[in-house]
Write a protein that binds this ligand. Structure first.
Ligand code: SF4
Length: 306
């Protein structure tokens, strides 16, 4: 049975949500309304939807995005999670050995039907934010020059945001940060979790060699592909605390009680403050002798992604 951390069980605020169904319906409607407010951006009809199809653009999601899709498709959250999402790692364009643990959409995205998003109104916040938020944070042109975005028609012409839309983007990004922190805490009992693979270079090199044709093998260290780190994580680490209880927590959200708890956490400013404490310090795990060991440390590259 999924149990809340002891420090949390001793708290009394905010009051429990009596019926999470209407509460989440209102919250997700507000999110969808914001997504549509003052928006002038539309995907080009000629776009081949690389962001929805290609493996190299990972779409991180939170448990709130999964809940929104489950409600939209009228399915239990655990069923929709099983078919369309997975636990994985984000590279965050890091060139070191640290990766962030996240829920993410499977690719090609199972919600893409005939090149259209079948859950457009309630699509995950990263899908809503992309690419408009890049304008807001001043990185649109820089991203447009990247090789990985060369097939994205939305980067091939300037994108302007009205002041009103810029404010909406800022608000949606704030919601994304809040949902991300609460989601990670609910799923793993921590804020954002990272894995440092630097002590596993030999194991990873050996795994990479076993999956790479001899003629393609090159200088080993910097060229270990992200998918090797992720498959190592899924093979060896997800069975360890704090990731081992994920299935149980996902199933708990099929219940009214589970959803009421999650809604209560999302409203809790004190919990959010606690999760933000430490500034840029993050929980970083190392895999040692078959167990994950946690440390708090500063990370030089931002863990947050759009
Ligand atoms: S949820 Fe919709 S917008 Fe997001 S990747 Fe899937 S199909 Fe594309």
């Amino acid at each position: 049975m999924f149990r809340l951390p002891r420090w949390w069980r001793q708290k009394t605020n905010p009051p429990p949500i009596a019926d999470a169904g209407p509460w989440f319906a209102a919250y997700l409607r507000q999110r969808a309304d914001l997504a549509a407010t003052a928006s002038e951006f539309q995907c080009d009809p000629a776009c081949r939807r690389p962001g929805c199809k290609n493996q190299d653009l990972q779409v991180p999601v939170t448990i709130f995005d999964v809940l929104a899709a489950a409600r939209h498709q009228d399915q239990p959250l655990s069923a929709i999670y099983q078919d369309r999402y997975s636990l994985g790692l984000l590279s965050n364009e890091r060139e070191d050995w640290i990766r962030m643990v996240t829920l993410k959409l499977q690719k090609p995205c199972p919600f893409l039907k005939n090149d259209l998003c079948s859950i457009y109104a309630i699509r995950p916040l990263p899908c809503i934010l992309f690419p408009e938020y890049l304008v807001n944070e001043g990185t649109f042109e820089e991203n447009a020059r990247k090789e990985c975005f060369k097939d994205y028609l939305c980067f091939q012409r300037p994108l302007l945001l009205s002041p009103e839309r810029a404010k909406v983007m800022t608000e949606l990004k704030r919601m994304w940060k809040r949902e991300s922190l609460i989601s990670s805490f609910y799923l793993f009992n921590y804020g954002p979790c990272h894995i440092d693979f630097c002590n596993l270079i030999e194991d990873l090199s050996s795994e990479a060699r076993s999956q790479t044709k001899a003629e393609e093998q090159a200088e080993p260290l910097r060229l270990i592909p992200h998918h090797i780190l992720e498959s190592f994580f899924l093979k060896h680490m997800v069975k360890c605390h704090p990731f081992a209880g994920l299935d149980e927590k996902i199933h708990h959200l099929d219940t009214r009680e589970g959803q009421a708890e999650l809604g209560q956490w999302l409203q809790d400013d004190l919990l959010l403050k606690k999760l933000k404490q430490g500034g840029t310090d993050r929980t970083v795990f190392r895999f040692v002798k078959g167990r994950l060991q946690a440390q708090r440390r500063g990370l030089s590259v931002s863990a947050q992604t759009v």
